[in-house]
Design a protein around this ligand. Structure first.
Ligand SMILES: [Zn+2]
Length: 225
């Protein structure tokens, strides 16, 4: 019995620790993959009651009353992802596909039924080699065509082009505030709301122009932290 209680105590301590890790993850968007895997292991442990501590797992089962077992079964998770967290996490996951060594951006477009209708990340166009075109931000020759900028498709552009339905009144989740070129595409596609994580180029002329366009078109802008 003592062993059983110790095991049960260990189980709840373990649960608390993992839940704290999950909470940390959703406040810190830089470690998605690692913590998603942690979450999977956590759920397996709840279902199988395995490896919560070094005790024999059969002792743990004996220590739970029928009422405790019922409570464990019917308890709803309290720390599940909100819709906004979920779609921004999808955008973040998409950014891991980018080959850009400096900036990885992902975008996810969602319709009014909370269905994902387009995903994209920054990269070169189809058929244009990631190994032959330059990834430089600055050219040693002064020729802009020796940098990545004339060639890269931004995440927002790719998400819009990858759409599987009309984008009118849809919402975009994107890691970086859209530039003026992407703002034009967003407006023309009919997207009416943008959630963004970072606005680090806010003082750049392109992004000032972007905000001017988006404001005139009535696109709602929602910063996420
Ligand atoms: Zn852009």
């Amino acid at each position: 019995m003592v062993i059983g209680l110790a095991c049960l105590s260990g189980f709840f301590v373990y649960e608390k620790i993992v839940r704290i890790k999950q909470y940390t993850f959703f406040k810190n968007w830089n470690s998605i993959c690692k913590n998603l895997f942690t979450m999977t292991i956590f759920e397996n442990n709840i279902r199988t009651n395995s490896t919560c501590c070094s005790c024999n797992k059969s002792d743990m089962k004996l220590s739970l009353t029928t009422q405790q077992k019922t409570e464990l079964k019917v308890s709803k998770r309290k720390d599940y992802l909100s819709w906004d967290e979920y779609f921004m996490a999808v955008a973040k996951l998409s950014s891991y596909r980018s080959k850009d060594p400096n900036t990885q951006v992902g975008a996810c477009i969602v319709n009014s039924d909370k269905k994902i209708v387009g995903i994209g990340y920054n990269g070169f166009p189809w058929g244009c080699s990631d190994d032959l075109l330059p990834w430089n931000r600055i050219s040693s020759t002064g020729n802009e065509n020796d940098t990545k900028y004339p060639y890269v498709c931004h995440a927002e552009m790719n998400a819009i082009l990858n759409r599987n339905t009309d984008l009118k009144n849809c919402t975009m989740y994107v890691l970086l505030f859209p530039c003026n070129d992407c703002a034009k595409l967003i407006i023309q596609a009919g997207i009416t709301k943008i959630y963004y994580l970072s606005d680090k180029y806010a003082n750049d002329k392109k992004f000032i122009a972007s905000k001017r366009l988006l404001a005139m078109a009535g696109v709602e802008l929602v910063p996420r932290r």
